[in-house]
Design a protein around this ligand. Structure first.
Ligand code: SF4
Ligand code: SF4
Length: 820
């Protein structure tokens, strides 16, 4: 397979924002399998920080790489700046793990969680030089497959994909991959493989006829997830926690909720498996913040027991737990207490609509009284802010009253509790396979009017209000319920420059206005209009298991403001899903005594370790702030219990002597950490080096005792003298010229020989530059080189590496941190 060398494109990478998005090298990635027969590139078509926050990517990456003969790598959508670099230099898009060119893979698999990532998907294919239309692909092109909750109406995506998987990948993935492996071993070509894939009953394709049935993974919650490959990102992602999926599906059956229908029936994971996964995420991967994820975690039957047990096991290690989505009804005081043990994660209330009758129509009740009660208690316990979500345009509301009722609800909260509020408003989008799939969506103009009005009334110093752009909601609605014409619309928008549409800051309104105007059909009307019960819908060929009669019954009950029963076992309100041995699943209730989770021990023997480490190769793209987290997680993985600061948001006691700018390598970074259970520096170096990401390696360490009685503690930073750098000119730059320019700079700044020292060591091709730290007047390496050479991009001209980080000795002279 062809490769793009990260080293060769280094100057280009260092011109873009967050280059760590494109270089891989994280802890936990799969090693390259030389013997692989099937090469799969797995993608979430959005930026790295969104893609790596998606649990499906981690699940699929783990599963695929565990199959002998399959090698799975990742690729995400590039940001604008990197796309420009790729296009202007004709560099094809490549994988994160090995830099392999995307078009050389056998399969590209997209996990699509959000409809508006369609233009990114097209961009990824285009940047890889793969024909966008499936019908134009040939034997040399990869097979392009997608799955995920956003493609349950496959019609808009159909033209671009060779196959679409409907349902839960775990249910079919292994089987399909094993079959493909066997076919490939026998010499099958691309067309043979596609013909085989689309035979599966859970695979939809434009060239296939008949129903496609959702795959459901029956073993969710009982099969152990061994997490052989869990990637721990080197840069901060949107969901930067360790995530354990504690429940799949939701018992509540809210009528607007696609996820609630798509993931039926509700299946809880066994408590002991959850705890095992938490052990893994902390001990093997180094996470200190764990999210117990599901669609509605408060509905997990044993949630109180689970959070209590987890806190009692891990709170001493500074590990905290968050429940991302809690219904008001599932909030209890003891749950609040458990959530506040270490760090207080955000409080979120998805009210949707304020009026009780309308709430009944949604099949989701959120009482104002209960909300106020919980908020009051949370305020007493130290929470200072809460998020609220409301939707406008739901089919169950009185259109003329919804603005005033949402405003009244928010005002009641504002007047009752002094807490900062973040109000998020959105427009209801009818989703396929839900009871509201036939409903009307609010027009752009009405939506804009209503959202602006609510915002203007409730916004104040303590209440922030954001609303989701009505245009984005309209486009999301277009993909959700549209047909092949929506695919064409998106293709046309892509050609005109639309990308990263889900990001309001990147959304190009002009492009979209133009393509909507030029379309041969009325995009807004067609996307928003009400559908009739007897109308043929583009997703009728997809069977998620829920019968259409059930959805229609639910729609009518919504209009009459009638609530429906929960999804539970035994089922007394059959929707069609629980057949063939499938049913709602509750977790076990008894937690086995597993002893202490990690090989961590806290003794009174608290020590400080000062250590040096190198930072090179892909690690030069890790920023200083991110490096803190990288080191912190590595220490936890290595089994060292790090001391934390006291207070509201405890932080590990790790200190760096001096921050290193992104893009500069280093042979000697200096850091210190306070740890409890350390025996020797050799143990420290060996254990930590086993679990650091690529390019970071501890070289030396020394142990210091900590004198708690000293008021002013010595810090690495206050002892910092300065650094020595090696500057290697790239082709076309002369080392003598750099030297002259730097000397000129030193003279014009009247710097002494001690403050700046420029040397050309004999028999070396580079220049050595020693810079003394002078507090606020300090010369910084990158601005100094830029100014001296008159270039904004020093990395175009030089390779820069820090070779020494010096401490001050007693007389203020530079000395090694290990000698003072
Ligand atoms: S509580 Fe309602 S809205 Fe939330 S996930 Fe469950 S069904 Fe969906
Ligand atoms: S058949 Fe009953 S229990 Fe099963 S998913 Fe449908 S409503 Fe829930």
């Amino acid at each position: 397979m062809r490769r793009v060398s990260i080293e060769e494109i280094k100057p280009l990478l260092l011109k873009v924002e967050r280059p760590g998005r494109y270089v891989g090298g994280e802890y936990g990635i799969a090693k390259q399998k030389e013997e692989a027969i099937l090469h799969v590139a797995l993608s979430y078509p959005d930026l790295y920080e969104i893609g790596m926050s998606n649990l499906a990517i981690q699940i699929l990456y783990n599963r695929l790489n565990k199959i002998n003969g399959v090698s799975c790598e990742r690729v995400f959508a590039p940001a604008w700046d990197f796309e420009e670099v790729l296009r202007s230099k004709a560099i094809p898009l490549f994988s994160l793990e090995t830099g392999c060119v995307l078009s050389d893979f056998d399969i590209i698999g997209f996990s699509i969680g959000y409809e508006l990532t369609l233009t990114n998907l097209l961009n990824i294919l285009d940047l890889a030089d793969i024909p966008l239309l499936a019908k134009n692909r040939t034997e040399k092109d990869p097979i392009v497959i997608a799955g995920g909750p956003a493609v349950t109406n496959p019609a808009p995506f159909g033209k671009f994909l060779d196959a679409i998987m409907i349902g839960e990948a775990e249910g079919v993935l292994d089987k399909i991959m094993l079959e493909l492996l066997s076919l490939k071993r026998k010499g099958a070509g691309r067309e043979d493989l596609i013909s085989h894939i689309i035979k599966n009953e859970s695979i939809w394709s434009l060239i296939k006829e008949g129903q496609t049935t959702r795959a459901i993974w029956h073993r969710f919650g009982i099969e152990e997830n061994d997490e052989s490959y869990r990637i721990v990102p080197n840069i901060k992602t949107v969901q930067d926690h360790g995530v354990v999926e504690i429940m799949r599906g939701c018992p509540n059956g809210c009528r607007f909720c696609h996820a609630g229908m798509f993931y039926r029936p509700c299946r809880e994971k066994d408590l002991n498996l959850i705890i095992k996964e938490v052990d893994f995420l902390i001990g093997k991967y180094g996470y200190r913040e764990i999210t117990l994820s599901s669609l509605s975690s408060g509905d997990f039957t044993e949630i109180e027991q689970l959070t209590r047990v987890l806190n009692s096991r891990y709170s001493a290690y500074g590990v905290s737990f968050a429940l991302p989505s809690l219904r008001i009804d599932s909030f209890t005081l003891s749950l609040l207490k458990e959530l506040s043990v270490i760090r207080k994660s955000g409080l979120t209330f998805a009210v949707e609509t304020p009026n009780e009758r309308w709430q009944k129509g949604l099949n989701k009740e959120v009482s104002l009284d209960k909300t106020l009660k919980i908020l009051k208690k949370a305020r007493e316990m130290g929470w200072r802010q809460a998020k609220f979500y409301f939707m406008i345009g739901l089919p169950v509301v009185e259109p003329d009253e919804e603005v005033s009722q949402i405003v009244d609800f928010i005002k009641e909260v504002q007047n009752s509790i002094k807490i900062k509020l973040h109000i998020n408003l959105g427009t209801f989008i009818p989703k396929p396979h839900t009871p509201f799939q036939w409903a009307q969506q609010l027009s752009l103009i009405r939506s804009e009017e209503k959202l602006k009005k609510i915002k203007s009334i409730v916004r104040n110093r303590y209440t922030k209000v954001n609303y989701h752009s009505p245009m984005l909601s309209m486009l999301e609605g277009a993909v959700s319920r549209g047909d092949h014409r929506v695919g064409e619309l998106f293709l046309s928008a892509f050609y005109k420059g639309a990308r990263l549409d889900s990001w309001e800051e990147h959304f190009n309104r002009k492009v979209w206005d133009r393509v909507i105007k030029e379309a041969s059909w009325n995009v807004e009307h067609e996307s928003c209009r009400e559908r009739k019960f007897n109308e043929i819908l583009p997703w009728d060929g997809i069977d998620l298991g829920i019968s259409k009669t059930f959805l229609q019954k639910e729609y009518l009950r919504a209009m009459e403001a009638k609530k429906s029963p929960l999804c539970e076992d035994p089922c007394n309100y059959f929707c069609g899903v629980c057949r063939n041995g499938l049913s709602v699943r509750r977790s076990d209730t008894k937690i086995e005594d597993r002893g202490l989770p990690l090989k961590l021990s806290r003794t009174d023997n608290l020590l400080k370790v000062i250590f040096s480490f190198e930072k090179k190769d892909r690690a030069i793209y890790i920023s200083h702030l991110n490096l803190m987290t990288v080191i912190e997680r590595a220490l936890l993985r290595a089994g060292f219990f790090v001391r934390h600061t006291e207070g509201f948001n405890p932080k590990p006691k790790i200190e760096f002597a001096n921050a290193l700018p992104l893009g500069i390598g280093s042979e000697e970074e200096i850091a210190s950490v306070e740890v409890y259970n350390l025996n020797s520096t050799t143990e420290f170096i060996e254990k930590v080096n086993r679990v650091l990401p690529e390019g970071v390696r501890v070289k030396q360490a020394k142990i210091r005792s900590i004198d708690e009685s000293k008021k002013r503690k010595e810090s690495l930073m206050s002892n910092y003298w300065g650094s020595e750098f090696e500057i290697l000119p790239l082709e076309g730059s002369s080392v003598l010229m750099i030297k002259e320019k730097l000397i000129g700079k030193a003279e014009s700044n009247s710097l002494t020989h001690e403050e700046i020292d420029i040397r050309l060591p004999p028999q070396k091709n580079g220049l050595i530059l020693r810079l003394k730290d002078m507090g606020k007047k300090s010369l910084k390496i990158l601005p100094l080189l830029s100014e001296a050479m008159g270039t904004l991009q020093p990395f175009d001209r030089f390779n820069i590496k820090r070779i020494h980080t010096f401490a001050k000795d007693k007389s203020g002279k530079p000395e090694s941190y290990f000698s003072i």
